[in-house]
Design a protein around this ligand. Sequence first.
Ligand code: UDX
Length: 457
Amino acid sequence: MEQSKGRRLVLFPFPFQGHINPMLELANILHSKGFSIAIIYTNFNSLNPSTLNPHFTYHSIPVDLTENEVSIKDLIVFVSVLNAKCVEPFRECLAGLLSDDVNLEGTIACLITDLLFDFTRSVAESFKLPRMMLRTGGAASFVVYSAIPLLKEKGYLPISNSRLEEPVTELSPIKVKDLPTIPNCDPEDFYQLITNTTNESKASYGLIFNTFEDLEGHGLATIRQEYYPNIPIFPIGPFHKCSLATSSSSSSLLAQDQSCISWLNTQAPKSVAYVSFGSLAKIDQAQFLEIAWGLANSGQSFLWVVRPELVEESDWLEVLPNGFLETLNKRAHIVKWAPQKKVLAHPAVGVFWTHCGWNSTLESISEGVPMICMPCFSDQMVDARFVSDVWKVGLQLEHGIERGEVERIIRRLMVEKEGEEFKERALKLKEKANLCLKEGGSSYKSLDGLVKHILSL
Ligand code: UDX
């Protein structure tokens, strides 16, 4: 601990909620190990330093995105535009920090950037600064990403609609329909982006994962042996469970509606279905109504996060039939954004209907909450396959969103006897998530290894 005092780290989160959260949690963890932390962030989806750890320094960089660029529907194009627009402001900001370095703050040991910022390699190299990468998604989905050239060669990609249910034998238990896609994007552009990021990370000084050995040991071994034999790999998650103790800060871009907790306090243990599809997923109006009716008909209480941009061509709840909420008589609570980690840790929550973004998946596992999986894009289908087929702590809505199916799946997990088995397995996995962070646990040891590695750079 002592020897790392005064050593600086510069962290650069990708400005999406699912990427900001784990990077800032990682910052808290490394700060607790004696590093001083500088965060560089973009003025797009800007952080609010006043709500964040007061011991860090924060450095905003201007990326002058035009209105058209901000509203680009194609996520892949957006990611490349953002990378291109960040190069110069990031370089300037880093140069400033490096000169502070000489004058005031001590040496910068390392830059840690999100995998999606692939431009950072050349900038870091030009300053001779070691760069590590944070993979904010899981290890299993990273294996699938790393296998994209092979999947193309074997003809699994691009995905053919006639083969959706076929197993990908090289990546069991993945099926063709679980392979990564993104709506409104050219698949070839997406594969290219992923291949760039996986290749770029091979040129880094190490890869940090928000996962743990007991959860994804197989995927981590494949990454080490097959894809990254020369790069140190540090699985030190679940981040939010080790960083909670160090900071009560919030990196939420949207205000979290705390009424969720007072409402949950009025509900019986394990009686509530918590429903949220993360920060980016979208559904159409027909799907929104099927979800609403399925929840209503299930007879269970539910806490539903309806983000203002969740439902296409709708501002918020206006698509619901008149009087829908009133007839449920306080059995429903709908908010625009929730304090999700607190919600999942609340004893009233019995099940989490999720899109299986990696943070949501790991947050649910950490609290022993079984899941209903409705993956939407990118890594989420792989995460969902592992939830349902490997860890067996949830069920997938495999055949689209239909109210009868929704009602049945909620009752299977929350009312019927079968649900008990899911709860038991989920609690066992929660126990493993706790143990890996304790002294001698795999993530605990890996974090020690990470600290030593950074100090050796
Ligand atoms: C995205 C991708 O979709 C995901 O697949 C990838 O793994 C990470 O980036 P997102 O879709 O936002 O993320 O989902 P997720 O990874 O689950 O992250 C959402 C974060 O927002 C979680 O940390 C969750 O706790 C938080 N959240 C979500 C809230 O604080 N309140 C909410 O109401 C909903």
